[in-house]
Structure formats: structure tokens, C-alpha cells
Design a protein around this ligand. Sequence first.
Ligand code: NAD
Ligand code: IPM
Ligand code: MN
Length: 323
Amino acid sequence: MVRIAVVEGDGIGHEVIPVARSVLGAVRPDFEFFDVEVGYGRWERTGSACDSGTIADLRSADAILFGAVTTPPDPGYRSVVLQIRHDLDLYANIRPVRGEGFNIVIVRENTEGLYSGIEWRESDRACTLRVISEKGSRRIARCACTLARQRRHLTIGNKANVLKSDVLFVDICRQEAERAGVPYETRYIDALCLDILMHPDRYDVIVTTNIFGDILSDTAGYLAGGLGMLPSANIGDRYAFFEPVHGSAPDIAGQNIANPIAAIRSGVMLLRHFDDTGNAAAVEEAVGKTLAKGIRTPDLGGTTGTREFGEAVLRELSHGTKT
Ligand code: NAD
Ligand code: IPM
Ligand code: MN
């Protein structure tokens, strides 16, 4: 048995994750799913969004499938997803963006940078410390270079013209690219956000620091049809956590209109993590065939509901196994 922790979280997490879970269950009867509750809803009900017992439950799983959590901009509330990434040391956030004529993987550093958590309030200002360490940069650079070696080249997204912390980040990434024999280029992140939209075919693996990767991946979502399409994997040396790039989308939650493709594709990344390329390809193909029939959720111009889209994917999968 492979034990998968399932965290729906908040908002549309309750709608898209059940779809992804049923798709995974259909191809992998050996997956044993167990639910873990975290998030704002739990905090409102119990006063705790996530505690050490929750983290222990997540650590006990072979992999984690996660929806999204609501994080209010309240100084007294800490984002659960950031807590989990930190506690499980999930340092590599892998965010593929694919479409016709382009195949990009954003490799986002996931534990430091502007998300260091070192923040304080002074009388008339609030400060957040941007921490770029040699160790943190080296491990994400190695991860990106391993990917780039199997592909084409590496782009190092940075703002080293302004931020001294990015001079260190770029230096370490260059060292690792040279060591791995990976062709690389550096690009300033602001220009990169535009160029990825204008010339997506020019990019392959892009490594960047935490918040730049956050912004670049939502930007790149435009290329793939929106946030409803983008999956991600948060990987460390011991744990693996799969989640859509999007959030809890309170504006559409509870209406059965959220696009579950990002969540299903996060499940595909989970399958590939277990080297199950056959089922991963079968699920991808089933999603592609469903879309090709014009079955789409409203964000893609269709009228199909979240659950009904999931049912259509399951039907495609069952056809696939019969032939
Ligand atoms: P969001 O990603 O939740 O939504 C942005 C826009 O995209 C919204 O209009 C939403 O309706 C749309 N959208 C997102 N996912 C969609 C889907 N699957 N199908 C169709 N439309 C979709 O970002 P936001 O509105 O900035 O944030 C909402 C909450 O989610 C905030 O509390 C934020 O902190 C949180 N958030 C959590 C995560 C996470 O848990 N990993 C990620 C991002 C944002
Ligand atoms: C993401 C989200 C998170 C982030 C938030 C919700 C903490 O935007 O996963 O992209 O900023 O990393
Ligand atoms: Mn984000």
C-alpha cells in the first residue's frame, strides 16, 4: 500500500481535490488515502490551523496531495502552506507550464528569500528580511541543473542589478550550471515576466528565488489557460507534496465551477514521483481527450461543473483501459 495524505484545505480545495483523488484512486487501487484537516476553516472552528500532530501525520505519508488554504493578511496568522513547506523542508517548488510550442519548468526556491519569516515591526515601519543563503541557493540550483541536463538549458531569473542577495544567488547557480555542463543564461525577472509571455518557446528550465517564482508562475499561467491549469510539486530530500498553483479562490468557492485540471495534474506529478509514467500519461491523455470534446469548466469558456468534468475524465480513463 502507498499511503497518500489528502488535504483539501479551504475554498475550492474542497471541490477540486475530491476530483483529483478519485482520478488517482481509479488508476492506483493500491493507494490508501487518509484525510488531514488544515487551514483557515479549521482555525475558525478550533483556533488552530495546523499543529505538530498534523505535521506528524503529513510526515507519515508516502506523499501528500494538497488543495489550497485561505491565508488572510493578518499579522497574527501564519500561512499553513508556508509552515508545511518549512517544516518538511520542501525546498524545490517545481511548476511546469506547457502548451502548444512551449514546455517550461519553473523551479522556485521554496524555503527562504522574502519568505524567510524574519519580520518585525518598528514604530513607523515594517520590515521583512530577504535571506539568500549559499546552501539554499546551491540545493535549488542543483535541482534545476538536474532537470536542465535532461532537457535543453537553464535560465536564472534574478534581480542582481539591484539586490546584492541575488548576486550570490546568480553566482551559485552559474557555478552549478558550469559544473553540470548545462548551457545557461541570466535574465532580470521583470523583463522575464514579459518575455515568457511573448516568447515562451525560448524558455526551458527557469530557476529563481521564492517570491519571483511565485509571481512568474502565476504570470505564466496566462500561457496555459489560467490558474485552473497549473500543477506543482514541492519536493525535499524526504517528503513530497503536490498542489495546484492556484489558491482557495473564495470568489468562486462552493459553486461547482472551479477547474479541477490543476489538481488532477498535481496528481499526475505525484504519479511521476513514484515513477508511474504509464498511469501519469493515461491521466494526461484522458484530460486532453475530455477538453478536445469541448467539455470545459467556465474559466475555459465551457459550462461543465467541477464534478462533471471529473466524471468525464474518469469515463475517458475507463475507455482507455478497455482498448
Ligand atoms: P486564487 O488563486 O485563489 O484565485 C485567483 C483568481 O483565479 C480568482 O479569480 C479565482 O476564481 C481564479 N481561480 C483560481 N483557481 C481556479 C480554478 N481552479 N478554476 C477557476 N478559476 C480559478 O488567488 P487569490 O484570490 O489571490 O487568493 C485567494 C486565497 O488563496 C488567499 O487567501 C490566498 O492567500 C490563498 N492562496 C493559497 C494558496 C495555497 O494554498 N497554495 C495559493 C495561492 C493563494
Ligand atoms: C503559492 C501561494 C503561496 C505562496 C501563498 C498562499 C503562501 O501563492 O503557492 O503560489 O506565496 O507561495
Ligand atoms: Mn502563488
